[in-house]
Write a protein of this length. Structure first.
Length: 505
């Protein structure tokens, strides 16, 4: 079997031969009248009509004065039928090839074919080609599963190949686009406006996470990549907008897992004059509508081992009650030793110093991972929800809400805190934890406190990330994004091919 270098060398030879003929192997101009699937789906209507089609060559077969080329575009595939007495000859200045130059084409090349929509004698819907143009010469053959292109790391490193060769991956990212479009459509329909907020922040907040740090030369100051959209969006509520949202990347300097990526897309929205009860009603409708528009169903099989049905009204579960019921934990008077024993008994290993809040959250996760859902988790203690309002009926808990689905929390919402004095006190408590070494505790944002002093109306906020998509899609985080971050590497074949370039990586 020929090596990749040998195959590439042969294609380079063909490229040089095309150039000697005067053919531009990479022209800019393309003409296209139909997508390939349109020709197949509407053949009865289009038969006998002239068409110009484009696509990547999948296969080539030549038998004397006949040739059959299968091409594909984003919509599907189609056969090109070429006969020597019907295909026009070489017109080099137009990148047009005759049947004599078919041997200079390879699978992976992009072509434009013009001719009549027909059926061959075997009944194959085809284009009877009169003109064939080269649009782009491929220098490497597209690997397939048969060639061993199945390694996950390799597939993610060369995702453009993965998408080309695996139709399920190709369709996944179309669904991912539909997922975010459905999110945007729902919010717009409900009267929200989209306002993009900064990615670089002096002080970052809105979540418990370790931020990435960068330096802005123009101001000679360090900035953080945002870990959340929250605080800038709430400033916009203070500025007078009543319903705002943002969809875009956020960054958390944490380990990879099947459910988390350091960079991921998320949305956050804020609605003035709403509380968490109104939020649960709104966002339950939203998550159902987004799922239906993305996958066409509200019932999902084997989502992380659970069969889930989003359609019925979601139950309400209270954090203090379920912690007491499952592990006899009093969340208002937590015992760190008891929490540590629960975690040890369940073989949960926590790194570094463990405070009460982190331990209590880890115990809750033991309950969560066994929960099918969907249900709304509410009434988390004040100590672990520093940005949420206290509940007037029980000031020990907050008006925070999470949807729990298939063993995971797939969103986060609050009746937002708008008391500036209360907010400052909570920020100071978080800053103390940060000063004591908790890198994920929230920073004190005095400008945000100042905004609250000018006044912010009662507001409900809510957010979910594309983890909601990954879960219902049934893939891991890295499989659920087009280009996950990987350690930079250059393989040995590439180093050999580009030996004149410094590839010391």
């Amino acid at each position: 079997m020929a090596t990749l270098k040998e195959l590439r060398d042969e294609r380079l030879r063909k490229l040089e031969e095309l150039k000697k003929l005067g053919v531009n192997p990479y022209p800019a101009k393309t003409e296209r009248t139909h997508a390939l699937a349109e020709v197949v789906d509407q053949f009865d209507k289009l038969e006998g009509q002239e068409a110009s089609l484009v696509g990547r060559i999948v296969s080539i077969r030549k038998f004397g004065k006949l040739a059959f080329i299968v091409i594909k575009d984003a919509s599907g595939s189609l056969q090109l039928f070429l006969r020597d007495d019907e295909v026009e000859k070489l017109v080099a200045q137009n990148s047009q090839l005759g049947l004599e130059q078919i041997n200079l084409l390879d699978s992976g090349d992009f072509v434009q074919a013009s001719g009549e929509i027909i059926k061959t004698q075997t009944g194959e819907i085809s284009l009877g080609v009169k003109k064939l143009r080269l649009l782009a010469k491929s220098l490497r053959p597209m690997p397939t599963k048969q060639d061993g292109f199945t390694n996950k790391e390799e597939r993610m490193r060369r995702r453009y190949i993965d998408i080309n060769t695996n139709q399920d991956v190709h369709e996944r990212f179309i669904r991912r686009s539909k997922f975010w479009q459905a999110t945007r459509d729902f919010l717009n329909k409900e009267g929200f406006i989209e306002i993009n907020t900064p990615v670089l922040e002096h002080t970052t907040g809105g979540a418990d996470a370790n931020p990435f740090v960068t330096h802005m030369d123009a101001l000679d100051q360090d900035f953080y990549l945002r870990i959340s959209h929250e605080l800038p969006l709430k400033r916009l509520i203070g500025a007078g907008y009543e319903k705002v949202y943002d969809i875009g990347p956020r960054f958390r300097n944490e380990n990879y897992s099947d459910e988390h990526l350091p960079e991921h897309i998320a949305f956050e929205s804020y609605a003035a004059y709403q509380d968490y009860e109104a939020g649960m009603e709104l966002y339950e409708r939203m998550m159902k509508e987004v799922a239906l528009k993305t996958w066409g169903t509200l019932k999902f099989k084997n989502v992380h081992g659970f069969d889930i049905d989003l359609e019925p009204k979601w139950k309400i579960v209270r954090y203090p009650e379920i912690m007491k019921e499952k592990y006899d934990v009093d969340v208002f008077n937590p015992d760190l030793d008891q929490l540590k024993k629960i975690l040890t008994d369940n073989k949960v290993q926590l790194d570094g110093d463990v405070n009460v809040n982190r331990a209590m959250d880890s115990v809750w996760k033991l309950i969560r991972k066994e929960s099918t859902g969907p249900f709304w988790l509410i009434h988390e203690p004040l100590s672990i929800s520093p940005l949420a309002k206290q509940d007037p009926d029980d000031p020990r808990v907050t008006q925070r809400f999470h949807p729990v689905i298939a063993g995971s929390e797939l969103g986060n919402g609050y009746s937002e805190l708008n008391d500036p004095i209360d907010q400052l006190n909570r920020f100071q408590e978080q800053q103390k934890l940060r000063d004591e070494g908790d890198a994920e505790a929230q920073m004190l944002d005095i400008d945000f406190v100042e905004m609250l002093e000018y006044g912010m109306p009662p507001t409900c906020g809510y957010s979910y990330s594309e983890r909601f998509f990954w879960f219902l899609e049934g893939v891991t985080a890295r499989e659920g994004v087009p280009f996950p971050q990987l350690r930079s590497e250059i393989d040995e074949v590439t180093k050999t091919i580009y030996s004149s370039i410094n590839n010391n990586k």
